[in-house]
Design a protein around this ligand. Structure first.
Ligand SMILES: Cc1cc2nc3c(=O)[nH]c(=O)nc-3n(C[C@H](O)[C@H](O)[C@H](O)COP(=O)(O)OP(=O)(O)OC[C@H]3O[C@@H](n4cnc5c(N)ncnc54)[C@H](O)[C@@H]3O)c2cc1C
Length: 395
């Protein structure tokens, strides 16, 4: 940890630091610079101070007493009275991580009218479900939601907090980790828990060329976000277990600075992450209209279609259809890739699909390392043939 300090003795009050600060993080008070909350400790003021009156201090975080932080907390996202499936996937992973250490798995739910969601969570093996249910929480507002989850974390002191890497989770988790001055690893693809309760947060880094292992060794709790469809959902048990604990915060705390003026619901959209069957087109396709055969094959199989990134870059499809690190993670029952090379940024986000069939004319294409069935041939021959056979079978 580092911070910026001003040496009063040396400071001439010239104000140059305020001018050069790119974050507007310096206020001049009584002719002396004061760092405000916007300070990113970038050190530009240190470099530019003509009197060398500003210094960057490296401070070592006091070692936390890890024994005071137990259990795993999952943020169970709910909207419109429905649980987001990523919460269940995280509960499944949390249970697996918690068992060897004797930790419990808890969940926190925030919203309005979330009682049915809390009841449903009781079928997934959590020991406690904390519920913040208030009309003020009807729509997601980061400050009010963060206040609720923060309240429960201060109460329950979990060692690990898992949040889905959804739009909501990506807004919530950084706010929470900042409130606890602790680490957050985004978009983890694997999680392991050491005996000393350090969470090993594994995720692709440097464009997917390495798998980084990140540990929050000196602070607690440890925050991680995980994308939808990366972990397995646990089976729903017929028996309900785990207690529901209702918690409330004063109205003033829940009153957000942002108010919701009106809400226009988007038409329900299918996500490729939810598809059971996917047909994927890659740069092996020569022209945009050739995507039609990918769509046709997908339709005949009762599935959806997707693309690799180059096709999004060409403007042939929207980002919502892109599989990969900068797109979506998918785990369908069947995926057929057509003219996709299988670069790590693509393959790492589909390799856990149940059955992978890959069509590529290059037998050395890396996609064949993850494929269960390899078709080394021209996609312009194979795909129309598949379409014809499916049509015949239907007829
Ligand atoms: C930070 C970062 C993030 C990225 N994120 C993503 C991401 O989210 N998703 C993604 O897809 N990529 C991503 N990429 C890009 C990635 O590295 C690859 O460039 C990309 O996946 C390649 O797409 P492709 O396989 O369709 O094309 P190519 O690599 O060009 O492969 C085309 C394949 O088609 C085969 N082929 C050609 N003609 C035929 C034919 N007639 N019949 C059969 N096979 C044929 C070729 O043999 C070749 O293997 C990212 C890169 C970076 C640096």
């Amino acid at each position: 940890m580092a911070k910026i300090a001003v040496l009063e003795r040396k400071c001439t009050g010239c104000g140059l630091c305020q001018t050069v600060c790119p974050f507007g993080a310096i206020d001049m008070e009584n002719g002396r610079p004061q760092m405000n909350a916007a300070c990113r400790v970038c050190g530009i003021c240190v470099k530019n101070c003509p009197a060398q009156a500003i210094v960057k201090l490296e401070t070592r975080a006091a070692d936390v007493d890890k024994s005071q932080w137990k259990d795993i907390l999952v943020y169970a996202e709910a909207s419109g009275g429905r649980l987001h499936p990523v919460g269940l996937e995280l509960i499944g992973k949390a249970r697996e991580l918690a068992a060897p250490l004797g930790f419990k798995v808890k969940a926190v739910l925030v919203g309005q009218g979330v009682d049915p969601c809390a009841e449903e969570l009781r079928h997934y093996g959590v020991s406690e479900i904390a519920v913040y249910d208030d009309p003020q929480l009807g729509y997601f507002r980061a400050d009010a939601y963060a206040a609720c989850v923060e309240d429960y974390i201060r109460h329950a002191k979990p060692s690990v907090v898992l949040v889905g890497a959804t739009s909501l989770g990506r807004s919530l988790a950084p706010r929470l980790s900042t409130r606890f001055h602790t680490g957050l690893t985004a978009d983890c693809t694997r999680l392991e828990l050491r005996e000393n309760t350090d969470l090993v947060q594994i995720r692709p880094a440097f464009g997917g060329n390495i798998m980084a292992q990140i540990v929050t060794a000196n602070t607690r709790p440890q925050f991680a976000t995980v994308r939808y469809r990366v972990m397995d959902s646990p089976a729903r048990s017929e028996e309900a277990s785990g207690g529901i604990v209702r918690r409330a915060l004063p109205r003033a705390v829940l009153t957000s600075r942002a108010s919701c003026v009106s809400v226009t619901p988007l038409p329900p959209r299918k996500s490729i992450s939810d598809a059971e069957i996917l047909v994927v087109g890659g740069r092996g396709l020569v022209k945009e209209s050739d995507l039609e055969m990918i769509r046709q094959l997908a339709a005949l199989l009762g599935g959806d279609w997707a693309v690799s990134r180059p096709l999004v870059e060409k403007g042939w499809a929207t980002n919502e259809r892109q599989i990969g690190l900068s797109g979506r993670t998918v785990r369908p029952r069947l995926i057929i890739t057509c003219g996709v090379s299988g670069a790590i940024q693509f393959a790492s986000c589909m390799k856990d699909s149940e059955r992978i069939i890959s069509i590529n004319s290059d037998r050395r294409a890396p996609i064949f390392d993850v494929a269960h069935i390899a078709i080394v041939d021209d996609l312009y021959k194979v795909v129309p043939e598949l379409i014809n056979r499916l049509k015949e079978a239907r007829a």
